[in-house]
Design a protein around this ligand. Sequence first.
Ligand SMILES: Cc1ncc(COP(=O)(O)O)c(C=O)c1O
Length: 388
Amino acid sequence: MSNLFPTYQRKDIHFVKGNGSYLIDDQNKHYLDFLSGIAVCNLGHCHPKIVSALHNQIESLWHVSNLFTIKKQEEVAKILCKSFENGLAFFCNSGTEANEAAIKLARKYTGKSHIISFKQSFHGRTFGSMAATGQSKIHEGYGEMLNGFSYVQFNDLEELQAEITENTGAIILEVIQGEGGVIVGEEGFFEGITALCEKYELLLIVDEVQTGIGRTGTMFAYEQTPLKPDIITLAKGLGNGIPVGALIGDKKLASAFSYGSHGSTFGGNYLAMTSAYETVNIINQKEFLATVKEKGDYLKNKLTEIKEQFPIVEELRGKGLMIGIECNQNVSLLVDQLLAKGLIVGTAGPNTLRLLPPLTISHEEIDEAVYYMKEVMAQFSLNKEQVI
Ligand SMILES: Cc1ncc(COP(=O)(O)O)c(C=O)c1O
C-alpha cells in the first residue's frame, strides 16, 4: 500500500536516470521525453553545464537566508531583465507561489481587489492562485474562494471590457493556456487588452510559468504579442528541474513590495540560483532561441502531415515547442500506447495531446517521436484514403 496521498494517477514506471532527451527506467528501457517534466527540463536531463555548476555549489554552500546578499540572485535577475526592461525580481519556489506574489503585489499597488482572469486558465493551487484559476473543477470542495476574481471567456474582448469596474485593479492571463488545452491567445485580443489596461490603468499580470524560458521561441511568450505586462511570473523551466519560481515586475511597483511586505525562506537560494543562472544563460541567447523556433516549425510540419493522414487529429495548436494535438476522442489510451513504444507525451484536457519536448531536442529525435506517433495514430484511425 502506498503512503502517498492519491493526488496524482501515477504510472507504474520507475525512472532511474535522465540523459538529454531520454529517461531510462529500472528495466533499462529508454523513453524519449516529449513532456520534459511538464515544461521543466527545457535543456534536457542532467545538462552537463548545470551538473558541473551544481556540483561545485553543493560542495561550497547550499543555503543562507535572504537576510544576506545572494549575488547569484542579482545575476539571474539581470539576465531575466534583459527581456523585461525596468524589471525587478522576487524569487520563490514554484509557479503557484509566483502567482500568489503577483496577486498580492497587484492588490497592494492598486489598492483594488478585483482581478479579471479567464475561463480555462490555470494559475496554481493555493487559495489565491486557485481562485485566479478559471476552472471550477480546481475549486471544487474547498469552500469559499478568495474573493475578488471573475472569469471571462478567453479571446473575447467585449466580455472582458464589460467586466471592468471601478474596483478592477488587474488582469491575469496566460499567452497560451497550457493546462486549459494549449489555447493560443489571438493578436487582436491582446491588442485590445493593452488598450484596456492603458485606458483603465489596470496592471497586466502575464503568467509565463509554462510558456516562459524559451518554450515558445522567445525568452517569454508575450514578446511575440502586443501585450505590455507589468508583472510576469515564472517557474517550471527556470531551474531546469531544481525548484524555483520568480516574479518580475516593473520598477514602479517597488513601493508595494517594500521591506517586510513579502518573503520566502527558500526563495532564490544558492542551489536554485545556480541552476537558474546556467539555464537562463544558455536559453536567453538569440541563436539558441532561433533554434527553438526552427525546431518548432520542423515538428509542426511533421505533425501537419500526421493530421492530413489520420482523421483522429482535429487540430494542431501552439507555438515553438509547446504544441497541442486535439483529437476526436479521449487520448488517454493513446498516451499509454505511446509510452509502451517509448515516447512520453502529456495531455491538456481529455482530447488533447500535449507535446513539450526539451528545447535541446534534435531533428533526429523529433523524427523518432513522429515515427512512434504515426504508428500509434494508425491504430486509432483509418487512413483518410481508406475513409474516402
Ligand atoms: C500557467 C501555469 N501557472 C502556474 C502553474 C503552477 O505552477 P506550480 O505547479 O509550479 O506551482 C502552472 C502549472 O502547471 C502553470 O501551467
